[in-house]
Design a protein around this ligand. Structure first.
Ligand SMILES: O=C(CO)[C@@H](O)[C@H](O)COP(=O)(O)O
Ligand SMILES: [Fe+2]
Length: 231
């Protein structure tokens, strides 16, 4: 059955880079639903993060669901490597190349779940012909590349447009960038169900003080569920 419940996916871009195994275990023990891995190439975005060997090293620590957000161009040559590394879902950017349909077919061929992401400057309607291929649409609510940026409010309207386009298809809408207890409510009302949060989850906590992660996750979830009740 399709899971329409609120899902919180902490981004390990905000974790302690010397301690990923324990950080992943801590966020899961404190209520994370998914673990979000941000892959950056220093070309599509001005930052560099995790190659397939790093993702493979994270895999045994993830007991929930690992979504891998590929901010790389070209993307097609690396899809199989990230699938083999253990991604449960691979998300590619619409802007990563001229053939997003082919990219999504390549992701599906690996057997992992499949998502398409849109930058803040990209309108919703470009994915109308791609929706039958995806399990999730990721709406970027900051320009990709870094954690800790300010939420872009027009993302709410884009989520609503995409929810309308999806109709009765079983597709998640994930929002990524600047999500916290103050920004999540309108996103839920617009139709999103999955929320990436980096700084809002990891701020103030550590593997020695993991209860703070729990408090931070609960604060986002409570704000989201409150909005869901009134929608
Ligand atoms: O994909 C990205 C950034 O490009 C994100 O996943 C960020 O890591 C989210 O961080 P916050 O905005 O929640 O701090
Ligand atoms: Fe991300």
């Amino acid at each position: 059955m399709f899971d329409r419940s609120i899902k919180i996916a902490p981004s390990i871009l905000s974790a302690d880079f010397a301690n990923f195994g324990q950080e992943i275990q801590a966020i899961e023990a404190q209520g994370a639903d998914w673990v979000h891995v941000d892959v950056m190439d220093g070309h599509f975005v001005p930052n560099l993060t995790f190659g397939p060997p790093a993702v493979k090293a994270f895999r045994p620590h993830v007991k929930t669901f690992m979504d891998v957000h590929l901010m790389i161009a070209p993307v097609d040559p690396y899809i199989e490597a990230y699938a083999e590394a253990g991604a449960d879902m691979i998300v590619a950017h619409w802007e990563a190349g001229p053939h997003p349909h082919r990219t999504l077919q390549a992701i599906k061929a690996t057997g992992t779940k499949c998502g398409i992401s849109l930058n803040p400057g990209t309108p919703a309607n470009v994915i109308s012909e791609l929706l039958d291929l995806v399990d999730m649409v990721l709406v970027m609510s900051v320009n990709p590349g870094f954690g800790g940026q300010k939420f872009i409010p027009s993302s709410v309207q884009k989520v609503a447009q995409i929810r309308e386009m999806i109709g009765d298809r079983e597709i998640h809408i994930q929002v990524d960038g600047g999500v916290d207890p103050t920004t999540v409510g309108p996103l839920v009302a617009a139709g999103a169900d999955c929320f990436v949060a980096g700084s809002a989850v990891f701020k103030g906590g550590s593997v020695d003080n993991p209860e703070v992660y729990g408090q931070n996750i609960r604060a986002i979830r409570e704000a989201a569920e409150a909005a869901q009740k009134t929608t």
